[in-house]
Design a protein around this ligand. Structure first.
Ligand code: CTP
Length: 405
């Protein structure tokens, strides 16, 4: 549970996207957060306070002059032990109020009166013209400068019938953004390129050779890198997973395509992490048409070795020292010995070893980090926890390296 023990003030302002706030509230609670909902009067026209109260399990406040508040200090008391404020949806007008420090209802007053340590996040939701209006953009720029984080908005079809930027992010995406906001920004300003999943080597247009990699570890690493503040490109073989929010995914099938996509993006990267289970061989006599089954002929496949993507990236580092290269290795035996040897053979500073293939497709894992100083065990945990630990280890190492160069 990523938000265990966190106290979140969830502010709702007027907009159709209030319907998504109900789902969001539920997701926050499911992740262990205690949610205090505060609504503007406009928000109550779109969704009932009773609904939000039932979902959050706490009294919902909508009015600065609520007679239930003994000391009339709800605008102070509601934020004093909070860990974050999230305004979702945030209307055009509420965004304006925040940018100007207005205090004319409970929610805006509470935002202005928040302790300086308390992060304020907003999820804009409005018509595309309202979002693109220069006045709104000025207010957004001002809020960014004031340290407010802006989640979204996304582009797409809008409730008003128009299309463009202004759609509020989905509840799941907002949850990811909020969880990310609590993670240390150890890779802020860094660019990270990651491979994930299996590759698929065609035999003919409908058949091919692949492996059991689910992509879960690579996707978790991509998510963790993005949470740490990096700009992330994920080159992915075929998987059933959705790209983590905010990560740019490039879909490929074969090892050669993965290599080409990686080499097209490697320039300017600070970190390369090869998590993909890349096929070592490809079929050189693949058929352009579907092979037909005939009684007397069993197809004979011929193989050629695939290019080693990690080695190719590692070879580019000789000039600038970047990107910092990290490999993964799944070994079925002798992990300690094979891991150390493989790191040296690949010519990379860090290799993450795990015992496979039984970890493929699982939600948790235990890994060993091999570097020039030896090896360190990261004990069994879910893949996202391990990915966050790995990202923090990488960040430490590249900081040390930057100091030396
Ligand atoms: N890798 C790669 N390109 C390949 C093969 C592997 O980039 N053609 C990368 C993987 O993404 C992983 C690392 O190399 O980060 C190790 O992969 P692994 O299959 O364990 O290593 P191999 O070099 O293929 O060694 P072996 O199969 O002999 O264990």
């Amino acid at each position: 549970m990523d938000l265990q023990g966190k106290k979140i003030v969830l502010g709702l302002t007027g907009g159709v996207a209030c319907y998504k706030a109900a789902e969001l509230c539920r997701s926050l609670v499911k992740q262990g957060a205690s949610v205090q909902v505060v609504m503007t009067e406009a928000a109550t026209h779109f969704i009932g306070a009773v609904t939000m109260q039932a979902l959050s399990g706490h009294t919902v406040y909508t009015d600065q002059w609520d007679p239930r508040v003994d000391n009339n200090m709800a605008h102070i008391d509601l934020t004093r032990d909070a860990d974050a404020i999230l305004i979702a949806p945030c209307s055009t007008d509420f965004l304006r109020k925040l940018a100007h420090g207005a205090c004319d209802d409970l929610l805006s007053t509470l935002c202005v009166a928040r302790p300086r340590r308390l992060p304020l996040h907003i999820a804009p939701a409005m018509n595309v013209e309202m979002w693109e209006n220069p006045a709104t953009q000025r207010n957004v720029a001002q809020l960014r400068q004031d340290g407010v984080s802006i989640f979204g908005p996304a582009a797409g079809a809008q409730a008003c019938g128009e299309t463009g930027f202004g759609r509020m992010l989905e509840a799941e995406e907002l949850l990811d953004e909020l969880v990310a906001a609590f993670q240390p920004k150890s890779l802020a300003g860094k660019r990270v390129l990651i491979t994930a999943g299996p590759t698929f080597e065609p035999i003919d247009p409908v058949r091919g050779i692949t492996n059991l990699s689910s992509g879960k570890m690579g996707y978790a690493v991509a998510r963790a890198a993005r949470e740490a503040g990096a700009e992330v490109v994920l080159v992915s073989g075929p998987t059933a997973l959705a790209a983590p929010h905010g990560v740019r995914r490039i879909d490929v099938q074969s090892a050669q395509q993965m290599h080409d996509a990686v080499m097209a993006h490697v320039h300017g990267q600070h970190v390369f992490i090869g998590v993909a289970a890349v096929a070592d061989w490809r079929v050189v006599n693949a058929s352009a048409q579907k092979m037909k089954k005939t009684a007397d002929a069993i197809p004979q496949l011929e193989f050629a070795q695939n290019v080693d993507i990690l080695a190719a990236v590692a070879a580019t580092t000789s000039l600038s020292g970047w990107p910092y290269c990290v490999g993964f290795a799944a070994e079925s035996e002798n992990l300690i010995e094979f891991g150390a040897v493989k790191r040296e053979r690949k010519g990379i500073p860090l290799l993450v070893g795990n015992i496979g293939p039984q970890t493929f497709g699982q939600d948790d894992n235990s890994v060993i980090l091999f570097d020039e100083a030896g090896h360190t065990v990261l004990p069994r945990a879910d893949k996202l926890t391990l990915a966050r630990q790995l990202i923090s280890e990488i960040a430490k190492r590249i900081d040390e390296r930057s100091l030396l160069t």
